[in-house]
Design a protein around this ligand. Structure first.
Ligand SMILES: Cc1cc2nc3c(=O)[nH]c(=O)nc-3n(C[C@H](O)[C@H](O)[C@H](O)COP(=O)(O)OP(=O)(O)OC[C@H]3O[C@@H](n4cnc5c(N)ncnc54)[C@H](O)[C@@H]3O)c2cc1C
Length: 356
């Protein structure tokens, strides 16, 4: 049986581990901290598949929603709120044209906007409604995927940082932790922002940036928001218990841009837009570091310079986790080459790294 070590138990590593275990691999997940303790813990987790302008990964993005529906049939515990998303303001029309899901996006009038979101104080004349989209609790989804992997025989080692690799004749044969070296046929690096450090240990530091974004949770009464609203003023959604979630741009490290200050300003903006949310009380506000490859395109595939190493790092990782998990498991277990992953190969960076 092929032994595969997956490094990282965020949503991407969890999906890889589940899909590999489902195909019969002998999987060990090695996580430096706890399950879903990386940026997955602070994700807005909007399953948003539309994009402005030409999209180099249109094929991959195009299957992302369908793969979550498939995953829900395999893992009934996986909860997804298929509410649709209501988008208005600058850039929204361009998103319609560039989307790989344009057929599921409709332009809606003010009357329809009010049917969808009755608490909006001043709805725009027009908006786009992306009926296929939804959101999930990324921490719960990650635990569900890990539980599914465990049920299929996977082992999970938490509080176990990977500190190196054993290679023999250019092939990885082991993954080193402080306690032991784990023998392996293949290692999957799904370590988010730590990907650059781990691939540097193998002589190929893949360029992955840690891109900051602000995540906020507020206490609120249930029933204020039914869909997910994305406008110039706010990007918000609400959980059934009333918790209201918001994502905001990072604005630098000056004291007046501390996440708690951004949370106060965002609360005022949301209160000005919606009935029934006053007073919004912030539960937490923090900066999450999103793993964004230098050219913005996911990095998925085998490292060309060392045998037995497959890399999986991307933004938006929640959107793509289900699709990449399945497709990558087929490449790893069935020797398939998936067209959807072709633009994502790590080799595109290797020549640049080797040039003086
Ligand atoms: C505010 C905000 C909003 C966002 N909104 C969205 C959104 O709407 N939709 C979307 O798709 N994405 C969104 N994202 C991005 C999304 O959260 C990430 O793309 C996704 O969670 C990345 O998952 P991951 O598994 O690659 O990384 P992580 O969750 O960071 O997991 C990597 C894991 O690897 C472990 N690790 C690292 N080094 C080692 C080592 N040496 N040994 C062992 N383990 C190691 C880490 O501890 C970590 O648990 C958002 C992010 C933020 C911050």
């Amino acid at each position: 049986m092929t032994h595969i070590v997956v490094i990282g138990a965020g949503i991407v590593g969890a999906s890889l581990a589940f899909h590999l275990a489902r195909k019969g691999a002998n999987v060990t997940i090695v996580e430096a901290q706890e399950i879903a303790s990386g940026v997955t813990a602070n994700s807005f987790a909007w399953l948003n598949t539309s994009r402005q302008g030409p999209d180099p990964i249109a094929l991959l993005r195009g299957v992302a929603i369908g793969e979550y529906h498939r995953l829900q049939t395999e893992l009934p515990e996986l909860e997804i709120s298929w509410t649709g998303a209501l988008c208005y303001g600058a850039g929204t029309d361009a998103a319609l044209q560039g989307s790989s899901h344009a057929s599921a996006i409709t332009q809606v009038s003010r009357a329809r906007i009010l049917e969808l979101e009755p608490q909006l104080k001043d709805p725009p004349e027009q908006a786009l409604f992306k009926s296929e989209e939804g959101s999930l609790d990324a921490v719960h989804a990650t635990h569900t995927l890990i539980a599914g992997a465990r049920d299929r025989g996977a082992k999970v080692l938490t509080q176990t940082p990977v500190i190196g690799f054993r290679t023999v004749n250019g092939q990885v044969t082991g993954v080193e932790t402080a306690l032991e070296t784990l023998d392996t046929d293949v290692v999957v690096i799904a370590a988010g922002t730590a990907t650059q450090t781990l691939t540097a240990m193998l002589g190929t530091p893949l360029p992955v940036e840690a891109s900051p974004s602000v995540f906020i949770r507020y206490h609120a009464q249930p029933g204020a928001i039914r869909t997910l609203i994305s406008s110039e003023k706010m990007e918000v959604r609400q959980q059934p218990d009333g918790t209201l979630l918001a994502a905001e741009d990072y604005q630098g490290d000056a004291p007046h841009n501390h996440p708690s200050k951004i949370a106060q300003r965002t609360a005022k903006a949301i209160e000005s837009q919606l009935h029934g949310v006053r007073p919004l009380v912030s539960q937490m506000a923090c900066v999450g570091l999103r793993p964004v490859p230098a050219d913005g395109i996911p990095i998925v595939g085998y490292l060309p310079n060392v045998g037995g190493v497959y890399v999986c790092v991307m933004h938006p990782g929640v959107v793509l986790a289900a699709a990449v998990g399945r497709l990558a498991s087929e490449e790893l277990m069935d020797d398939r080459v998936c067209d959807e992953l072709e633009p994502c190969r790590p080799g595109r960076f290797i020549q640049a790294l080797e040039s003086p």
